[in-house]
Design a protein around this ligand. Sequence first.
Ligand code: ADP
Ligand code: MG
Length: 328
Amino acid sequence: MGEFDLIERFFKRPARRAVLGIGDDCALLQTPAGSHMAISTDMLVQGRHFFTDVDPRCLGHKALAVNLSDLAACGAEPMGFTLALALPHIDEVWLAAFAGGLFALADSHGCELVGGDTTRGPLTIGITVFGSVPAPGGQSQALLRSGAHPGDDIYASGHLGDARLALQALQGQLSLPPALLKATRLRLEEPSPRIALGMALRGLASAAMDLSDGLVGDLGHLLKASQVGATLNTETVLERMAARSHDVWAGAGVSHAQALHCVLSGGDDYELLFTAPPTARSAVLAAAQSSDTPVTCIGRIDAQPGLRLLDATGAPMPHHFASFDHFA
Ligand code: ADP
Ligand code: MG
């Protein structure tokens, strides 16, 4: 099987939403009238972002999920994506499973594969997603990192920390009971991009971003972009954002410090972090309900720039929850 048979067999499907899909030199997309296009790229490299032996169906899902999460963060509606694929060799069983995971998620969000590139090389997956955001009168409704104001509530969706916990277990750094490993591993390998919540937060959230590199580091980016600050009570965040209680952690052999670290700086969560004025509280709850996504208030924006962390006693806590940095 050659490059073109591979594309034909595993990735080419009749264009639905696109004006022109796979097969020509460019794809053509029509954005809805009065909207802006939202574009984001994320790359997954074997050995760096995933284990060599990861289930290819999960990999197909995750490669697109991390990209859709960026669209969610901006409140964009997914339209299509391109797939740049480097493969060491052609493994038809692997490709069928990878494409299966990829298209299952793509179809559930009406996001169409419109093109890409295929080459031989160390397994690498690069996806670029395209979405649309209403822009009536040229005024974009996209959610940005830069709009938080002092007094705004800080919210996060879903739960935090499970992906990191699973990663540590898979790396042999701790051992989890089978049921807990299964649940946390699902969060690591098959995250759910919060598209519906992002769209419901348009015109409501003052600032937003998705959580890919850990809450503390990512919140730091949002605060910096908005030129504001915040004080977080780490114990409150742990209690509200962990998927399970202290007792369950303890029973599974996870220390309080480990749990805190997973929730505050774990990364790979793909939840939304956003801010909204207190006057919007009931509207935020309605957005959470209509999108069927749990949302929790974890703190408040203040005017003093930077992020301050408090421990259980309310004492300032030293920062060792830096954001993930590939070159640090
Ligand atoms: P070009 O030489 O113009 O870059 P290619 O020969 O690489 O085009 O690709 C042929 C067609 O197949 C193009 O429409 C391209 O977008 C599409 N394509 C290539 N690889 C992939 C892929 N992995 N997934 C989806 N479409 C792909
Ligand atoms: Mg090409």
